[in-house]
Design a protein around this ligand. Structure first.
Ligand SMILES: Cc1ncc(COP(=O)(O)O)c(C=O)c1O
Length: 474
């Protein structure tokens, strides 16, 4: 067993779990969703029945029945004396298994590969002999790729040298490396809520305490809360997505950027700006350089080709001042020994076509976004749907806080989504649902019709046997 969750923490993670009758099945569903989302990792010890019943103000027999249901669906195992422990999910690769059944997987906001990528890969493979003639370990990154990345920053008005770039195995690995080098146990980290959940997970794993600052689709960043959070908690690091924030799709205004920069400066906080989605502008011109006029040692940028070119390429980077780059490079070997050379060579060959890549992406995302907007307007007019200008997803407000219950329901109908609370830092967001618009338009339209069919039933709390339905997908 790796970890344990207290009754209080489980109660907070469950949020408004009581969405249907019988209560024990609603509770079991709530815990199942936490397992599916990986908010409850496999081999986590659950609280004793007595403790959970006290925290949730329900009878012990209800918790006992919920645990029994979870045992029956193989989500937990219980042993006398050591309590109940979550199990690894039976279906190890949910996305692929579901797709094979014709299901629609919108859990990840992952566009298909840029159509020109296969051709670039074939061309690069022709120079394989030259590639393999070099030493294979390079924790810094190929010079030609770092030059291409630096040149792109220069074009955006952010003067950058190749010595200020470290190539990583995607942006996720960049975030992880930054957390390992810059953060210590107990440090405070300011983060948007909702946010990109794998970044929150990586920062939590460094033993930090996350301080959430709300971002809404209507008003953007809550700057009052942000200023207070910087001043009161003096965070060591702030992890932010200033352009097309995932999942809200909002971008900071010039004024927002200036306020954040000033507050961070006063608090001595390092700003980590995740720009993975920054180029995904659907309606407007190129993104602004934003924070570039701040103290360079205060601003670290993370980038990636994951959303623009292809997630499977696994190429990302960190832009930081050279002193920090040296520290990152020195620490990196404990994590990995560099980004694969072939992938780096492919990435370097893609950069000259980057404007064409972005144009194709905008087109694809515009089609997807418009298809979802139109379908939702017609089928679910009671939901509040923002008109997002870029990024990869819509952050939709439901007319009842039943995102988790809805996600569980449509799962059995072959539609896989992540519920609002998955993106939350401190609980809540069950009134929100993220719909990525990275899939083909016809799939997205089908997804909306499944949601529209399920919503009245979920909202009215009609009992459904989720355990049976889950088994059909598992
Ligand atoms: C905001 C954000 N940052 C980082 C990542 C991870 O990117 P990569 O595939 O480059 O690791 C994602 C992927 O979903 C993302 O949305």
């Amino acid at each position: 067993m790796d970890s344990r969750i207290s009754a209080r923490a489980l109660s907070a993670a469950l949020g408004g779990w009581r969405t249907r009758e019988p209560a024990y099945e609603a509770l079991a569903d709530g815990i199942r969703l936490l397992c599916l989302d990986n908010r409850l990792a496999p081999r986590t010890a659950l609280p004793a029945e007595r403790e959970l019943s006290a925290a949730l103000h329900i009878s012990r027999s209800t918790v006992a029945a919920a645990y029994r249901s979870l045992r029956d669906s193989d989500h937990i195992t219980s042993t006398r004396g050591s309590g109940s422990v979550t199990l690894p999910l039976r279906r190890r690769d949910p996305g692929r298994a579901a797709s094979a059944d014709g299901a629609i997987d919108l859990q990840q906001a992952s566009p298909p590969a840029w159509p020109g990528l296969a051709g670039v890969m074939s061309d690069v493979a022709l120079s394989a002999a030259a590639l393999v003639s070099r030493v294979g370990y390079d924790v810094f990154g190929r010079r030609e790729l770092r030059e291409a990345i630096a040149a792109r920053y220069c074009e955006r008005g952010i003067p950058t040298t190749p010595g200020e770039i470290v190539v990583t195995t995607g942006a996720q690995s960049a975030i992880h490396l930054l957390a390992a080098v810059l953060l210590g146990r107990g440090d405070r980290v300011l983060i948007e809520t909702p946010t990109y959940p794998h970044a929150a997970d990586a920062l939590r794993r460094a033993g930090t305490r996350l301080v959430g600052v709300p971002v809404t689709t209507d008003d953007g960043w809550d700057l009052d809360r942000a200023e207070q959070a910087f001043a009161r908690t003096l965070p060591v690091l702030a992890y932010l997505m200033p352009d097309f924030q995932n999942p809200t799709g909002r971008s900071m205004t010039g004024g927002d950027r200036a306020t954040i920069l000033q507050s961070a400066d006063r608090a001595g906080t390092v700003l980590v700006l995740d720009e993975t989605t920054a180029d995904l502008d659907i309606d407007r011109g190129p993104v602004s350089a934003g924070f570039s006029d701040g103290d360079p040692s205060l601003v670290i940028r993370v980038g990636s080709l994951g959303k623009t070119v292809w997630g499977g390429l696994r190429v990302g980077w960190i832009r930081a001042e050279t002193d920090l780059v040296r520290r990152l490079v020195a620490a990196r070997s404990a994590h990995d020994l560099g980004t694969p050379e072939l992938e780096q060579a492919i990435a370097a060959a893609v950069f000259p076509a980057f404007d064409a890549v972005i144009a194709q992406r905008s087109h694809l995302l515009r089609d997807g976004r418009d298809a979802v907007l139109e379908a939702l307007e017609e089928a679910l007019p009671e939901w509040r749907v923002p008109r997002t200008q870029g990024g990869v997803s819509l952050w939709i407000e439901l007319d009842s806080p039943l995102s988790s219950a809805l996600v569980m329901d449509v799962r059995s109908r072959g539609l896989l989504l992540s519920a609002g609370p998955r993106f939350s830092v401190d609980g809540g967001h069950d009134r929100h649902l993220r719909i990525p618009f990275t899939a083909p338009a016809d799939e997205l339209i089908r997804a909306v019709s499944i949601l529209a069919e399920a919503w009245p039933r979920v909202r009215d709390g009609a009992p459904i046997s989720v355990v049976d339905q889950l088994d059909a997908v598992v």
